[in-house]
Design a protein around this ligand. Structure first.
Ligand code: THU
Length: 131
């Protein structure tokens, strides 16, 4: 991936890292922050919110996307993910949720903002489901 593309997404990754501290992860101890970039330039963030009924947990990516959708934003360019445990890729459910909104949404991951990896959702979720 071109270095100027990585440069472009540094700030987005930092927004994801900024909210890490707000993650509610008392069960796994694994905090995740996500920041989704909308085509109009706005950014929405989310964190993982765990629950004592473990299956009720929501991931950071879906929290961020839900926040954007709530404000009427549906055109996503990229989503950055930061975690307390190094580079974290979206789980299968989150991949499907991201894929709902486009084939070429960029997934920004990395240990820190200086070592970013950029992938498109269609490459992380080949042959994703569509109705
Ligand atoms: N988690 C996320 O927030 N995003 C992912 O894509 C993977 C996993 C959260 C869920 C749970 O709170 C913790 O990480 C450990 O699985």
């Amino acid at each position: 991936m071109e270095s100027n593309i990585k440069e472009k997404y540094k700030d987005l990754y930092k927004r994801a890292a900024d909210v890490l501290k707000n993650a509610y992860a008392p069960y796994s101890g694994f905090s995740v922050g996500a920041a989704v970039l909308v085509s109009d330039g706005s950014v929405f963030t989310g964190v993982n919110v765990e629950n004592s009924s473990y299956g009720s947990t929501i991931c950071a990516e879906r929290s961020a996307i839900s926040a954007a959708i709530t404000e009427g934003k549906r055109e996503f360019e990229a989503i950055a993910i930061a975690s307390s445990g190094g580079a974290a890729y979206p789980c299968g459910i989150c991949r499907q949720v991201i894929f709902e909104f486009g084939n070429d949404i960029k997934i920004i991951t990395g240990d820190n903002s200086e070592s970013l990896e950029v992938n498109e959702i269609q490459d992380l979720l080949p042959k994703g489901f569509r109705l």
